[in-house]
Design a binder for this molecule. Structure first.
Ligand code: PLZ
Length: 438
């Protein structure tokens, strides 16, 4: 299936069919599951999503960074379809199959660090985080888990405790898992600290408040996703990793949002010169099919006893086939370079926009993972109200935009690496009109 790569709005947004579906949805779907837009998607290809009313949107969110190589990518569809008809499920812990092994080999090859690596495959990002913590605890014989302020690691009981923001993720859902410690990280726009000073602050908390001897792991997103695309100051992550290594603490990079070619490297850790002990991937790894992984140093990964890791659907053959296709396409189409192309167009445009609109306090990010943080002009006070105004304007004009941030004042850009220059420029034009309309 191909869809013409063009924006086209032919009804009111939401259109009549979406409105009708929204009524059914409200009656049948739990209220706790909310959607950014009451627009029902029907088909998608490349960088375009088509709704049930025939409206075509330029997708700058990619289902939160999942459709990195493009919607319904031909290679992914072909590989998954073929696998579906060959064997749909076997359960790796009963009768193993090659594609699981191949995904583990590819992850070993493409994650940072030249040491022997092993992987476990899971279904979701949160499950990867949970398993990384289990592995780190087993390896170290310690319980403590340290996470950074503004982090997002998931919605399961342990990962909910690891996530920073109470609303909407934690409020009313406790009690939360114990032995999870939140420590300040590096947020250059807000803390103004150098990487060295921010790391010194983090390390003081780790040493004085938790104590290295009780700490199994430090889990950090190299670029924070839901927290607002916070890029740490130079040297921060390297100093943090150095401290972890010196103290026998497992350093875990949650690359679930920042990984798999999104920033122009396979994993964003590479931009910061860090080689994490364990790397977590999910989202973009399989072109939309659910699969996730913990990959890392063989001696750490091998710590848990046989039978200690697994899951019914974990590393499902169809999802694994899709993941192999994604790795293949990243190489074949040199998609790492596409992230740089997107940054080269989008970042200067956002910086230009900032000159006209002082509500844009900060422009940041790397590759196809960029964001703007909105503030009350002349201050750093968050301006969350402008975000829904802009995303609604964009949707009315055929552009899907995502918000983010602890303060809800960030607009993030996660376009597919398959988006053309023309579509990207057109979407930027809509964003400009959106700012003018505020
Ligand atoms: N770690 C860094 O970004 C998922 C959450 C969307 P799952 N982020 C999007 C929502 O509202 O649920 C994420 C992430 C990082 C872990 C996760 C969790 O991944 O696949 O959603 O479990």
């Amino acid at each position: 299936m191909t869809i013409e790569q063009r924006r086209s709005i032919v009804t009111a947004i939401p259109g009549p069919k979406s409105v009708a579906l929204q009524e059914r949805r409200t009656a049948a779907v739990a209220a706790g599951v909310s959607s950014a837009l009451p627009v029902f998607a029907e088909r998608a290809h490349g960088a375009i999503v088509v709704d049930v009313d025939g409206n075509q949107f330029i997708d700058l969110g990619s289902g939160i960074g999942v459709m990195t190589i493009g919607h319904t990518d031909e290679a992914v569809v072909a590989a998954a379809s073929a696998q579906l008809a060959e064997i749909t499920h076997a359960m790796f812990t009963i009768t193993p199959y090659e594609s699981y092994v191949r995904v583990a080999e590819l992850l070993a090859e493409h994650t940072p660090g030249s040491w022997a690596k092993k992987s476990v495959l899971l279904n979701s990002g949160a499950e990867a985080v949970e398993n990384a913590v289990k592995i780190a605890r087993h390896y170290t014989g310690r319980a403590g888990v340290a996470v950074l302020d503004h982090a997002y690691h998931g919605r399961t009981n342990l990962t909910m405790a690891m996530t920073f923001k109470a609303m909407p993720y934690k409020t009313g859902f406790g009690p939360l898992a114990p032995a999870v410690y939140h420590v300040p990280g590096s947020y250059p726009f807000r803390d103004g600290l150098s990487g060295t000073d921010a790391a010194a602050r983090t390390i003081t908390y780790l040493e004085k408040s938790i104590g290295a001897k009780d700490l199994a792991c430090v889990v950090a997103e190299p670029i924070q996703g839901e927290g607002g695309f916070v890029v740490p100051a130079e040297g921060y992550l390297a100093a943090l990793q150095e401290w972890c290594t010196a103290n026998g603490v497992v350093f875990i990079a949650d690359e679930i949002q920042s990984g798999m070619a999104r920033t122009g490297r396979y994993f964003a850790s590479e931009h910061f010169g860090v080689e994490p002990d364990l790397v977590l991937s999910a989202k973009g790894i399989a072109g939309g099919l659910p699969i996730a992984a913990v990959t890392g140093r063989a001696e750490i990964m091998d710590a848990p006893h046989a039978g200690g890791l697994g899951g019914t659907f974990a590393g499902n053959p169809v999802a694994a086939a899709a993941a192999i296709a994604v790795f293949g396409e990243i190489e074949r189409r040199d998609l790492l370079a596409e992230a740089g192309r997107i940054e080269g167009i989008l970042k200067p445009a956002l910086l230009e926009l900032q000159k006209s609109y002082p509500i844009i306090g900060d422009v940041r990010g790397i590759g196809a993972m960029l964001a703007i943080e909105l503030v009350q002009p002349g201050t750093k006070d968050p301006h969350p109200a402008a975000v829904p105004a802009l995303t609604a304007f964009a949707a009315q004009h055929g552009v899907l935009l995502l918000s983010a941030g602890t303060y809800g004042n960030v607009i993030r850009f996660l376009p597919s690496l398959a988006i053309s220059d023309e579509l990207l420029r057109e979407a930027i034009g809509v964003l400009q009109e959106g700012f003018a309309s505020l």
